[in-house]
Design a protein around this ligand. Sequence first.
Ligand code: CIZ
Length: 317
Amino acid sequence: MTSEETRCMIERIGRLKKEKRAAVLCHNYQRPEIYEVADFTGDSLGLCQKAQNVDCDIILFSGVYFMAESAAILNPGKKVIVPAMDAGCSLSDMITVEALLEKKKEHPDAAVVCYINSTADVKAESDICCTSSNAVEVVKSMKEKKILMVPDKNLAAFVAKQVPEKEIIAWDGFCPIHERITASYLRDALKNRPDTKIIAHPECTDDVRDMADYVVSTTKMVEVARNDSAKDFMVITECGMVNRMKGELPDKNFYTVCSVCFDMKKNTLEGIERSLITGQHEVVVPRQVRERAYKTFDRMFKVSATVGITPQLMEMT
Ligand code: CIZ
């Protein structure tokens, strides 16, 4: 598409949003042109929470499936649609509800903490949900000593280091996008950049996390770069994140060692326009699952509110 065609499409999407009373929620990892049509850009939890307060009939979620499912769990009165039904998450697919039920039998005294990157079914069988912004606080808040953390072993290892008083049993799942980023790539990228601060995502492997100055969620990445007096940052996560950071903090320099999530990139402006016109593809979570999954979110919100964690969203004008 030429830049003129892109501009026209962005304008058409703006008109469709008004006509359909739709809000577009855009995950940080999306293509930069999608930021242009978004009402809010941020992490999955912040976006779902925001959707609860937005006056709209339709939520179009530009992200991956578990995110739209989370929006549907938290916003039962609104229609949730996605441009690409096959934009999934390999990490969330690394656990099934049947396998979780088996594991729970092995550890009947463990509390189950599920990462937001999981299906609604898995959330419904968990005690509490967490995100990469609040996983440490969520685990600390549990009364049980034994915690089964699903499905990301890297997030579990990150939490285990900070909460040694708990016995963490990690599910053997991982995000293939973050696992592809190795410490040796990072060392190469840092050659001749001695003053660069490293910001890594908790889904990265141990050796990458160990090299980082900050290990934080995508939401927190913007915040730590804003508050740190350093000028140069190396951002280690999915490649889309660095675009958001450059946009928000134009006076700082951002470099990245990143890997592309092709599922995230299945969303396009064309797909968004088509979805708004057709009202497809609707994400529906069966009521019984939704109600049980909602409780895991609700418990997490209570912990987040107690420790004062609030999502930072970029409101688009
Ligand atoms: O919750 C999200 O949006 C994910 C998957 C990562 C993050 O750190 O924001």
